[in-house]
Design a protein around this ligand. Structure first.
Ligand SMILES: *[C@@H]1O[C@H](CO)[C@@H](O)[C@H](O)[C@H]1NC(C)=O
Ligand SMILES: *[C@@H]1O[C@H](CO)[C@@H](O)[C@H](O)[C@H]1NC(C)=O
Ligand SMILES: *[C@@H]1O[C@H](CO)[C@@H](O)[C@H](O)[C@H]1NC(C)=O
Ligand SMILES: *[C@@H]1O[C@H](CO)[C@@H](O)[C@H](O)[C@H]1NC(C)=O
Ligand SMILES: *[C@@H]1O[C@H](CO)[C@@H](O)[C@H](O)[C@H]1NC(C)=O
Ligand SMILES: *[C@@H]1O[C@H](CO)[C@@H](O)[C@H](O)[C@H]1NC(C)=O
Ligand SMILES: *[C@@H]1O[C@H](CO)[C@@H](O)[C@H](O)[C@H]1NC(C)=O
Ligand SMILES: *[C@@H]1O[C@H](CO)[C@@H](O)[C@H](O)[C@H]1NC(C)=O
Length: 298
């Protein structure tokens, strides 16, 4: 309970801090122009914009700050200062965030003999949600075309498997993330697949068999499967047909129900298999003292 109070108190203080601070957030896409109004002054001529470590800033006639073709360097805190009517300096703080394409991924490759596992993490989305990832590979130090592993890996994925690699071979893998501004920075990784002669042998065996596979064997296998399906299908149809012919299986059930009745009640007569007006069924009830209570039609 105590820690809950502490958390609540901390949370409330946090809210107060957030709403109390006067820092305005301003987000702009890289390469765009930004016009940031100074919302404290009615006398634009007396407005001045400053930024730490930045030279002259362009101030428009209405007192707005103008940033041309913003780059990441334009991210940061800007102050708009204006002399208030009572002589006190008014101070308006803007935190400019420049949105870009995603940063390079933290990308690693874990090679086996013919498979490699790609693992990655997003370090910086650039300011917009990631829409997907793309991965490619090719032989190391070659100028061959990149082979696309996938150009549309879901934004939730953080691992992906590559197949069909050759053992003991060095490859270059590359990946990047995409957001609504486009492709992010590319990360390249060089890795050599393992030389494990056992699994290499296994893979070769597999491939050799695949190449020399006899089509007649294939045809026979298909025949057997189809034959089995046909037999199963016919059997199922017959069963269904019987089920339809004898709704609720009443014939068989009635005979089975009749047997105990006849044994318990030699005078039992079939009364059409219908429940009476009190919803009593035809089943005799056996009490503890071996007396038998018979349902009666009134
Ligand atoms: C950005 O501002 C420059 C002038 O500084 C102008 O030439 C250009 O057209 C503007 N670009 C956009 C996208 O508004
Ligand atoms: C914007 O800046 C980038 C480099 O920061 C430059 O490559 C590009 O040509 C600039 N665009 C314009 C319209 O000035
Ligand atoms: C950003 O600033 C760095 C140095 O601080 C400079 O080398 C680089 O050219 C700047 N980039 C742009 C796009 O202005
Ligand atoms: C603006 O006010 C903040 C605190 O509210 C202060 O830290 C900052 O130095 C002020 N900036 C200028 C330029 O006076
Ligand atoms: C990148 O990922 C590795 C593990 O895959 C981790 O140890 C490392 O700290 C990560 N680097 C960064 C900058 O997050
Ligand atoms: C990669 O190519 C460069 C020249 O393009 C060559 O100098 C280097 O030896 C090659 N490295 C390997 C491992 O083949
Ligand atoms: C792996 O490949 C290198 C050359 O790419 C070769 O020198 C080496 O003998 C190979 N290793 C095995 C175990 O086949
Ligand atoms: C597997 O490689 C080892 C050395 O790396 C070698 O001694 C062994 O004979 C190889 N086995 C086969 C089946 O090639």
């Amino acid at each position: 309970m105590y820690s809950l109070w502490k958390v609540t108190l901390f949370f409330l203080l946090f809210i107060v801090f957030i709403t109390g601070s006067k820092i305005q957030q301003y987000a702009v896409d890289v390469g765009r122009n930004a016009t940031i109004p100074c919302r404290i002054s009615n006398t634009p001529s007396e407005v001045n914009w400053v930024r730490k470590g930045k030279g002259r800033l362009t101030i428009l006639d209405d007192g707005s700050l103008f940033l041309n073709n913003v780059s990441l360097n334009d991210s940061g805190i800007y102050f708009c200062i204006s002399s208030g009517e009572d002589g006190n300096d008014l101070n308006y703080t803007v935190n400019v965030k420049v949105r870009t394409t995603p940063n390079a991924l933290n990308f690693t490759v874990h090679p086996k003999t013919v498979i490699a596992l790609l693992c990655w993490d997003v370090l910086n989305t650039g300011g917009y949600p990631i829409t997907g990832f793309a991965a490619e590979y090719r032989l190391f130090n070659s100028s061959e075309d990149w082979k696309v592993i996938s150009s549309r890996i879901s934004s939730n994925s953080r691992t992906y498997e590559v197949y069909n690699l050759k053992p003991n071979t060095t490859y270059t893998f590359r990946m990047w993330a995409t957001n609504q501004l486009g492709q992010g920075a590319i990360t390249e990784v060089h890795k050599t697949t393992l030389h494990n002669n056992q699994s290499a042998e296994l893979a070769r065996h597999f491939l050799t068999n695949a190449h020399t596979f006899d089509t007649r064997v294939w045809a026979i296998a298909v025949g057997i499967v189809m034959g089995t399906l046909l037999v199963l299908g016919t059997g199922t149809s017959l069963l269904l047909y019987q089920e339809c012919r004898t709704p609720n299986g009443s014939d068989a059930q009635e005979i089975i129900e009749l047997v105990p009745n006849i044994i318990l009640n030699p005078g039992f007569e079939e009364r059409g298999g219908l429940a009476d007006e009190n919803s009593n069924n035809e089943t005799a009830v056996h009490l503890n003292n071996n007396s038998v209570v018979q349902p009666q039609n009134m």
